[in-house]
Design a protein around this ligand. Structure first.
Ligand SMILES: *Cc1c(COP(=O)(O)O)cnc(C)c1O
Length: 385
């Protein structure tokens, strides 16, 4: 929850806005970095979770690398202090222009998803007289036990190279002179709260790593992607995810070969809890069986509930009423899915009250749109209000 003086400051600001607690962000980054360093793991922050420059500068200063999924993310990362030699470029559909941006920056590695992509990167690298370091993104067919829209590591998903393609790819790689195979990459999904999924991933990765070793190929980098989930239901009890247990799973179950290093790409786990969407109640409308609290933020500012039925804790942070009432908390957008939460129990709510939608630091501001010609939502930072 927020301190009284923070809420007083919120009252003076135009709404809606994202409020970022940079102290919490720093504390989270410090813990994750310390815990991973104990094991010698390298962390690449996944920019798509939040690419706000202030957030990126805070993260790059702590020594993190970056996982990017577009040419603009590669540029944004480097502009905000990430070392190009710690930038990786993932994504199933990299355009020629985006590949050229990354080649020019001489990034750490391209995580490649198909034979055709390898051909294209090889050709573009040759044109520049360069060699591109690449990792093969492999589809491990491991279940992430998460929402189907954020599951990426099953055969039915569009992501990654399937094991039956390995032979053909290795054969072709021998001829692609401007590529150097330096890693194997995996990413099974997002908002994973059952650590068994990561254990299953490790077991599968060991088999695949052994298969490559059998072909006398020992890639230096084993990159197991991101996906660690956070507690959306009880943010105040779990402001910092349990990074220790997360890294311990990899410590216990990965069998790295000599010279191999483990890389991970957390996004959500680093930034989700430091952000809240602050919105003002415009109207209270009493429906047949339901009361609506109609807010000045909607799916244009935070699309996760509309897009994948995501839960966010919703709190009226200004009402002093003792009486508790259930509200459907909705936005102003002309879509019925524009609803942040149904039957949310809040103190009696009135026009002008401020509502906080918690745990919105990841996949919030980055997914904002201007649908209905709305203004793009802005960020506000602790220590500056
Ligand atoms: C989205 C993504 C991540 C980050 O996922 P989180 O669930 O936010 O940790 C990491 N790696 C790749 C390749 C991704 O696409």
């Amino acid at each position: 929850m927020f301190e009284e003086k923070t809420i007083e400051a919120f009252r003076k600001l135009p709404t809606p806005f994202y409020y970022y607690d940079l102290d919490l962000l720093q504390a989270t980054l410090k813990i994750a970095m310390e815990e991973s360093t104990k094991h010698g793991y390298k962390l690449h922050y996944a920019l798509k979770a939040n690419s706000n420059p202030r957030i990126l500068q805070t993260i790059s200063k702590m020594g993190y690398g970056a996982d990017c999924v577009s040419g603009n993310e590669v540029s944004r990362a480097i502009e905000n202090g990430f070392d190009p030699k710690q930038v990786v470029f993932s994504g199933v559909g990299k355009s020629d222009q985006e590949i050229n941006v990354a080649l020019a920056q001489d990034i750490l590695c391209f995580n490649c998803e198909s034979l055709q992509e390898l051909e294209v990167i090889n050709g573009l690298a040759a044109g520049m007289g360069a060699t591109a370091d690449i990792a093969l993104r492999i589809n491990p067919n491991v279940h992430a036990f998460t929402h189907k829209y954020i599951t990426t590591g099953l055969e039915e998903n569009k992501f990654g190279i399937n094991p039956w393609e390995f032979d053909a790819i290795l054969e072709r790689l021998k001829q692609l002179r401007n590529l150097e195979l330096v890693g194997l990459h995996f990413h099974i999904g997002s908002q994973i709260t059952d650590l068994t999924a990561f254990k299953n991933l490790c077991v599968r990765v060991n088999e695949i790593n052994q298969w490559f070793a059998g072909q006398h190929i020992f890639p230096r980098i084993i990159n197991l992607g991101g996906g660690l989930g956070i507690d959306y239901h009880h943010p105040d009890d779990n402001l910092v995810p349990d990074f220790k247990s997360y890294f311990n799973v990899f410590r216990e179950f990965t069998e790295l070969l000599p010279g191999q290093e483990l890389h991970l790409e957390p996004g959500r786990a680093l930034v989700a809890q430091c952000g809240s969407l602050i919105t003002k109640v415009l109207y209270i409308k009493n429906g047949v069986n339901v009361n609506f609290a109609i807010c000045d933020a909607g799916m244009t500012e935070l699309i996760r509930p509309a897009l994948y039925q995501a839960f966010h804790k919703i709190q009226n942070i200004t009402s002093r009423s003792e009486e508790k009432i259930k509200y459907d908390v909705v936005g102003p957008i002309c879509e019925s899915s524009d609803c942040f939460g149904k039957s949310v129990l809040m103190p009696m709510t009135q026009r002008g009250d401020l509502v906080a939608i918690r745990s919105a630091g990841a996949y919030g501001e980055t997914m904002a749109s201007q649908y209905n010609l709305r203004d793009l939502v802005k960020g506000v930072y602790s220590g500056e209000i």
